[in-house]
Design a protein around this ligand. Sequence first.
Ligand SMILES: C[S@@+](CC[C@H](N)C(=O)[O-])C[C@H]1O[C@@H](n2cnc3c(N)ncnc32)[C@H](O)[C@@H]1O
Length: 295
Amino acid sequence: MHQNPHNIHAPVMLADILSYTSPQKGDKYLDVTAGYGGHAQAILELTGNYKESVLVDRDEKAIAELKSKFGHTGIGLLRQDYLSVSQDMLAHHRQFDVIVADLGVSSLHLNEVSRGFSFTEDAPLDMRMDQRQPITARDIVNHSSESDLAEILWRYGEEPKARQIARQIVRNRPINTTGQLAAIASRAWPGYSRNHPATRTFQAIRIVVNDELAQLSKALPLWLKLLAPSGRIAVLSFHSLEDRIVKQFFVSESGDRYDAVLTLLTKHPVTPGPQEIAINPRSRSAKLRAAAKQK
Ligand SMILES: C[S@@+](CC[C@H](N)C(=O)[O-])C[C@H]1O[C@@H](n2cnc3c(N)ncnc32)[C@H](O)[C@@H]1O
């Protein structure tokens, strides 16, 4: 991992992912959240098998970036959500030796202010990873009932002041920008200086807009089916709700049971070291879990 002076996306925990997935010459690779292709590039350099590998991202800009990097290699590039891709791949009986999922938003989303993922500058409330999706953050914030908003903030943001923030959202509607939403969330936490108090509210709304947890829970069993015997899967998550889903799934498919399909490669989640966190703050909350399919 090298210094990142131009705010270029650095693949999180790359060395760990390479070590757990152990890509071999000829392996078929499926990257379900390919982003800028950082992990993909490192893995594909080891496997050399572009023609039987697939890179997926639901974001148009990510796909453009991946095209410019890999377009000439013959690799499959799909702009689609990973759940529907996985269903399609299964229908076509595809199998992969290495699968990587690096969940959540990329710096590409966060840095592009107009996408509305970040509250550092004022922008329209959008938060769609795929801009073809019909529902934006603005729809959720302005058209949900107060009790639904409180439930969203509590469940997906683990926000202790969910009810208070939901009440203020409803009182202050219409809310059209990230700045307005961040200001309301911040008022619930006066004098709070650590993480920005709007972080949990933004996470909650983003998860709903992109249906993130349902995508993950439904896709994990499909990834298991898409793994070839002895194939390896690594999943990087960025908050406890995602990590819990990955952990429960891996545990439920492993262990001493006669029908266990997975061998856990990480008993506990692996986290980045202080050096990586210092260079790449986005890695701060990363948790990596990996497993291998039995023969
Ligand atoms: C953290 S970035 C991935 C970065 C990538 N591993 C790299 O090294 O450049 C996550 C990417 O996953 C995409 N993504 C998130 N959820 C998705 C889903 N359900 N289906 C497809 N892509 C998704 C986002 O658009 C984003 O580009």
